[in-house]
Design a protein around this ligand. Structure first.
Ligand code: MN
Ligand code: MN
Length: 462
């Protein structure tokens, strides 16, 4: 059956077009003004709607085991929520495996975990220790397994030392993989946390003080310089949360270094005042929410292009579980927040409808740049004939208030409760299948496919 999307306004990262889209066997096969419907076609009336490439969220943690806790959204519930928010592809950051495990160990686990996904997916590899075997395993992961990005951490139990980071950056660069980093200075966090604990400062607000923005900015500037030393290895900064870190990214970009930054809705919309609320534990994540002055700095980066992508870092631990585990001490609360279903509506409302960014820039941040950086383009993140019919239909006139009860995850809260959004995704298609319509999930478990990603290329298209 063919599907005709008729009367809408197509929006991609380059412009807007009054064109219809014809879909066959899960692909966009034609794009033209006024395609005439015939009886071989189902027709979707897209008048008054924007038709955009489906969202690509390149930072989720579904089914993650963080040692002290297991997140509540598996790949089924997580991708169901994603689909209902207009996202058609996710790239999940693998959690740490057992000490000393190979790269393939976690890949195999994640392939099993993701079997019930409802939209397409991939994974970022995780480098939790470095030795000759791990370094040798990187190239085959890129070439044979389609994993063309990896993450390392500069804090937490499996952090890498600078000597490891240099080797990893060089090896990833040679293998055609993009290095992604969680940048926070581990020594500074330990030092401050120990002092706070000694003073019995364990309420949620002290979480923000245990890892202030200088911890993050220092690690960003350090990693940028290590990447420069490692033959200008391409580097992607995840979850950027502050203006000083952004300034370091800007300096590197101005010098021609291949560096990109991602931020998340929580850093654009929420500030550390949240930790003072009675439910402050809901907002424990790392990096933490920042002083309000940082939000505007990030919005400038969103508008001027120095921030490349918007992801969520969706990592859902229910409010009930947080309270039980923390028992009054922020250091015992599992870190992370949900958000995969709210990303598009929040950026559209706060970015496009408030005049900060164009609709094309919205598509670039949420879909096209993620696809280009992570080896999915042009099959994903574009409206080109031949690409996957992964689409979101957006009603820019519809207004709604965010309530957790309307969301499709397995958790018990949203940090955006009560937010008023202008504009809303009203239909999501994954390879031509309608997976969500008017807030109702219509997809099915296992429809999602693992996408073998292309190697990273530093090219003019970036
Ligand atoms: Mn992180
Ligand atoms: Mn993360």
């Amino acid at each position: 059956m063919k599907l005709l999307i008729k009367g809408g306004t197509l929006v991609d990262d380059a412009g807007e077009y009054r064109q219809d889209l014809l879909i066959m066997q899960g692909k966009i096969v034609r794009r033209a003004p006024q395609i005439v419907a015939d009886e071989s076609m189902g027709v979707i009336d897209a008048r008054e709607l924007l038709v955009m490439p489906g969202g690509i969220d390149v930072h989720t943690h579904f089914n993650i085991d963080v040692g002290i806790a297991q997140s509540c959204d598996d790949f089924f519930a997580g991708t169901r929520a994603a689909a209902c928010g207009g996202t058609t592809t996710i790239i999940d950051h693998m959690g740490f495996g057992p000490a000393g495990c190979s790269l393939h160990h976690q890949l195999e686990k994640y392939h099993r975990d993701a079997a019930r996904a409802v939209i397409d997916y991939s994974f970022h590899g995780v480098i939790q220790h470095v030795n000759p075997q791990i370094l040798e395993e990187i190239a085959p992961m890129v070439q044979k397994e389609g994993i063309s990005s990896f993450k390392f951490y500069l804090t937490y139990s499996y952090m890498l030392q600078d000597s490891d980071v240099l080797q990893v950056l060089q090896q990833l660069n040679e293998a055609g993989a993009l290095a992604t980093v969680h940048p926070e200075n581990d020594a500074a966090i330990r030092w401050r946390t120990a002092q706070l604990k000694q003073q019995n400062k364990t309420a949620p607000v002290w979480h923000a003080h245990s890892r202030p923005l200088a911890c993050e900015a220092e690690a960003i500037s350090r990693t940028i310089n290590l990447a420069r030393l490692a033959d200008n290895a391409p580097l992607y900064i995840v979850h950027l949360s502050n203006g000083l870190g952004l300034d370091y990214v800007r300096m590197a970009k101005a010098a021609g270094q291949p560096v990109w930054a991602e931020t998340c809705p929580q850093y654009l919309l929420l500030d550390m005042g949240r930790y003072l609320l009675p439910d402050g534990l809901k907002y424990i994540l790392s990096p933490p929410l920042r002083p309000h002055s940082e939000l505007d700095k990030l919005w400038v980066g969103i508008a001027d292009g120095s921030i490349a992508t918007l992801a969520t870092d969706h990592c859902n631990f229910p409010w009930r579980q947080r309270q039980q585990m923390a028992a009054g001490d922020f250091t015992r609360c599992p870190n992370g927040m949900p958000g995969v279903e709210n990303r598009l509506a929040l950026l559209f409302s706060e970015g496009v409808m408030k005049g900060r960014i164009s609709r094309s820039r919205f598509v670039s941040l949420t879909s096209t740049m993620p696809a280009k950086l992570f080896g999915l383009w042009p099959e994903k993140g574009s409206l080109l004939p031949g690409s996957d019919a992964d689409l979101v239909l957006f009603d820019p006139r519809s207004q709604h208030i965010v309530h957790h009860t309307d969301l499709h995850d397995n958790g018990d809260y949203t940090p955006y409760e009560g937010f008023c959004c202008q504009g809303k995704p009203v239909m999501t298609l994954s390879r031509g299948e309608v997976v969500c319509r008017e807030g109702r999930f219509t997809g099915k478990a296992g429809h999602g496919r693992f996408i073998s990603r292309k190697p990273f290329v530093t090219g003019s298209h970036l």
